[in-house]
Design a protein around this ligand. Structure first.
Ligand SMILES: [Fe+2]
Length: 176
């Protein structure tokens, strides 16, 4: 049996669990209590496919999901900056918490992408709108906040590195 602690997927799953807790903390900063509800049908189908499909298919779906995550977290952070501009302490807490999520998510995108051939990256690009459609179907609040068009545009841009660029958590620190 392989050592589960040597499997990067195990760490990614742990990080995803922690992201929910971090989001809970971010909401607590503005006095909102969060309750985690069961995932919708599209999300359940997607997660099942990620678990049961062969690695290459599953990685394509995971990449789409991770890019959707980066796009949505970036939009949420921008919305928080807009809404809490007059509450600098709460906003600073939200910024610090979102930075932790964003750095992880960008890492997930790079990890999964590194496992895909250029042809499968192209497949992921084609499938991304479908994954986004499913996620937006299950989380209509996202559509109400940002609109489908804006979410899809942000996802299509898929500029994941620039979303994490402001954060200092880096393996290599520029010397010049
Ligand atoms: Fe992720």
């Amino acid at each position: 049996m392989t050592d589960p602690s040597a499997d990067p997927h195990a760490f990614i799953q742990i990080e995803e669990v922690y992201h929910t807790r971090i989001l809970e903390d971010a909401l607590a900063a503005i006095g909102v209590k969060m309750k985690v509800s069961d995932p919708g049908v599209a999300t359940r189908v997607l997660v099942r496919a990620m678990v049961h499909m062969p690695d290459q298919v599953s990685d394509v779906l995971v990449l789409c999901g991770e890019i959707f995550g980066v796009a949505v977290f970036a939009l949420l952070l921008e919305k928080a900056r807009e809404l809490f501009a007059a509450q600098p302490r709460a906003l600073a807490r939200i910024e610090a918490l979102f930075a932790q999520i964003m750095v992880d998510e960008v890492g997930h995108v790079h990890f999964v992408r590194s496992r895909l051939s250029p042809a499968l990256v192209r497949v992921a690009r084609r499938m991304a709108p479908l994954v986004a459609w499913g996620a937006m179907r299950d989380i209509p609040e996202l559509v109400a906040l940002f609109g489908r068009k804006r979410i899809m545009e942000r996802m299509a841009r898929a500029d994941v590195d620039s979303e994490a660029a402001p954060y200092s958590d880096r393996f290599l620190v520029p010397t010049a």
